[in-house]
Ligand binder design. Structure first.
Ligand SMILES: NC(=O)C1=CN([C@@H]2O[C@H](COP(=O)(O)OP(=O)(O)OC[C@H]3O[C@@H](n4cnc5c(N)ncnc54)[C@H](OP(=O)(O)O)[C@@H]3O)[C@@H](O)[C@H]2O)C=CC1
Ligand SMILES: CC(=O)N[C@@H](CCC(=O)OP(=O)(O)O)C(=O)O
Length: 350
């Protein structure tokens, strides 16, 4: 700590998650960004590659050296591609740093499942056990005072916040879940690929990784924990020609006669002390633009008495609530600070 500020380092500062952490942390009263780290371009000002940070962040990029990071900082955000954190985080923890990992490397408790879905060697079972899954509105108490948090995935954040109150109450059948999710292109990261090439995605709308997405086991792990029985889901992801935003539309069979008003009351009660979840009035369904640039997750409902099915619609900004914003919310909870510190941005509209 210097001047009563926690010194943080960001590995992966040149990616979308890292650069969003830099943006959001400018508004945090208790944080000093001590080091912005890149594995490929250290020694140059970060504003060279990101001119929007000119006169805001006067720092050169540092290299990835756990001993040097431990000299400079108290806590590290790792916003790195899958497989990188699995190797780097053990060294950062051993150097005495607190860690919040934004990747999927430590979210699954079962190493074999990680290897099956992510196709990388799993971290040690001790570290998978140690990592606390930071879905703040549900497991916020669990992250208080810990030194290693695994930040949830973007699709799981929108999906789990939309399903957990109804599953916990036993109002929907966990065996009936179908999840239809759409993401903006920033969800794929800053690297170029044919999938996200302008001509491939502009005026286009594509499904991808159908039944093979790495967020399936993460969603199933948490829903199984919450419901107390093994849950499997049908989960289809789509890429939409927009920059930010996720909409997760979820369908479930009702286990009783419930109305939209019942669900609104249930969810408002469940999230009553959680300012970042906003439950819409009856008939008002959320849109991605209504949360863009903010840490909100907005949720709306429709009940179909004809089919006895519930539809839940949940939206987030994938880079904020789905990544950097929730990571800062976790930092606040970990440190015992007010959970919304530095995060009270109004969504950017239009
Ligand atoms: N984008 C999103 O909406 C979300 C992303 N995530 C997850 O967060 C993580 C970061 O995502 P995102 O920012 O989008 O990804 P990006 O691809 O935009 O950025 C990743 C960054 O990691 C750095 N990096 C690459 N290899 C290494 C390495 N070996 N050691 C250290 N740093 C490395 C790269 O920077 P450099 O080459 O300069 O080192 C790169 O800029 C990923 O695991 C992603 O799955 C999670 C939720 C949402
Ligand atoms: C649009 C898009 O491509 N999104 C990415 C989300 C990646 C991500 O966040 O991956 P982890 O959470 O597993 O690290 C995807 O679907 O793979």
């Amino acid at each position: 700590m210097t001047d009563n500020k926690l010194r943080v380092a960001i590995v992966g500062s040149t990616g979308y998650g890292g650069v969003e952490l830099i943006r959001l942390l400018q508004a945090h009263p208790y944080i000093e960004i001590a080091s912005v780290i890149s594995s490929s371009s250290s020694g140059v000002p970060i504003s060279d590659g990101f001119p929007h940070l000119t006169n805001i962040v006067a720092k050169n990029l540092d290299g990835v050296d756990p001993a040097e990071i431990a000299q400079a900082a108290d806590l590290v955000f790792t916003a790195t591609p899958s497989g990188v954190s699995a190797k780097l985080v053990p060294e950062l923890l051993a150097a005495g740093l607190k860690v919040i990992d934004l990747s999927g490397d430590f979210r699954l408790k079962d190493g074999a499942a990680y290897e099956q879905w992510y196709k990388h060697p799993a971290p040690s079972s001790e570290l998978l056990e140690k990592a606390v899954y930071g879905l703040c509105e549900v497991f916020g108490e669990d992250v208080k005072g810990v030194d290693f948090i695994s930040n949830p995935g973007c699709y799981p954040t929108a999906t789990l916040l939309g399903l957990i109150p109804a599953i916990s109450a036993g109002w929907i059948d966990p065996a009936s879940l179908i999840i239809d999710a759409k993401s903006g292109v920033s969800g794929a990261g800053r690297g170029t690929s044919l999938m996200t090439h302008f001509a491939e995605i502009n005026e286009n709308f594509k499904a991808y990784k159908v039944n093979k997405h790495q967020h399936i086991p993460e969603i199933e792990q948490v829903l199984s924990q919450v419901s107390g029985e093994p849950v499997t889901v049908t989960f289809t992801t789509h890429l939409v020609p927009m920059t930010r935003g996720i909409m997760s539309t979820m369908y479930a069979a009702l286990k009783g006669s419930y109305t939209e008003e019942d669900f609104i009351e249930l969810y408002r009660e469940y999230y009553k002390d959680r300012r970042f979840v906003r439950v819409r009035d009856n008939g008002v369904w959320p849109a991605t633009k209504e949360v863009s640039g903010s840490n909100y997750c907005d949720i709306g409902f429709a009940v179909d008495a004809r089919t006895n099915r519930l539809t839940v619609i949940s939206v987030i900004d994938n880079v904020v609530k789905g990544a950097a914003g929730q990571a800062i919310q976790n930092l606040n909870l970990m440190m015992g600070w007010e959970e919304s510190l530095g995060l009270t941005f109004t969504p950017v509209y239009p």
